[in-house]
Design a protein around this ligand. Structure first.
Ligand code: GLP
Length: 241
């Protein structure tokens, strides 16, 4: 119930109620949330207060709206892996069927940023591989991998469809990635990635840049666009010493 004497604003109290319903599974994924009018009547709130709560929960990705149909419970977000795992391993460990659709594969001379990040001389050829990554057939990310030709000569002759890149590097080239570094930042997807990911243009995304190393040598620079409506970051925190 809403406590009108509480210092907690009414829209926050309604937020807690709706989140409880989701956490206690009284509302499941894709279930319709009662209409703004119904919630207003039930809790004695103005339509504006209810709308404010729903707007916040939609913006947080907890709920989603279907125009003309109503508001529904969104799927919980996937925690982005902070380990040096392949997309395939990561998705499998969460019970999803991983997939990849080849978008482009070419050999390009590395320039500026790319050459610097890979630690190679400008002009050195690299494999550029673009893939749409899916989980249970749903688009999750666009990954653009850059791998020096010298690291995996003839990589282009190997099909990647239905195959993990990391597994291919290990099985065909004996390349075991042993360290990595990654930056993750908020961004807005361009029209190409929005189309590939099935998102409205200029949707929020997470932009990842990962460098993976084998024996001290950079084997891959991947620049990826992950759906912000499906991924979140979680980390445990150690006390400051
Ligand atoms: C992760 C990394 C990418 C890497 C990919 C390999 O998603 N962010 O840098 O290319 O895994 O995944 P897989 O081995 O499934 O092709």
């Amino acid at each position: 119930m809403i406590d009108p004497t509480s210092p907690v604003p009414k829209y926050s109290q309604l937020r807690e109620i709706l989140l409880d319903w989701i956490e206690e599974s009284r509302l499941g994924v894709d279930d319709a949330v009662p209409s703004e009018r119904e919630l207003g009547v039930k809790y004695g709130l103005s339509r504006m207060t209810v709308r404010q709560t729903i707007d916040h929960l939609v913006a947080e990705g907890k709920l989603y709206r279907v125009p003309g149909k109503g508001t529904f419970v969104a799927r919980p977000k996937i925690e982005m892996s902070l380990r040096l795992a392949s997309f395939t391993e990561d998705m499998r460990s969460r019970g999803y069927v991983p997939g990849a659709r080849d978008l482009a594969r070419r050999i390009v001379p590395a320039r500026g940023h790319l050459a610097r990040m890979l630690g190679i001389a400008p002009g050195t050829p690299v494999h550029h591989i673009e893939r749409l990554r899916t989980a249970d057939g749903e688009p999750m990310a666009v990954e653009r991998s850059n791998i020096p030709l010298s690291v995996a000569p003839g990589l282009n002759e190997h099909s990647l469809s239905g195959r993990s890149l990391y597994q291919l590097l290990e099985e065909e080239y004996g390349l075991l990635l042993d360290s990595g570094e990654q930056t993750i930042e908020a961004g807005i997807c361009d029209s190409t990635d929005a189309r590939l990911l099935g998102l409205p243009s200029a949707s929020a995304v997470l932009l990842l840049q990962r460098r993976s190393f084998a024996n001290g040598r950079c084997a891959e620079l991947a620049i990826s666009t992950y759906r912000a409506d499906r991924y979140q970051l979680h980390s445990t925190l150690d006390p400051q010493r």
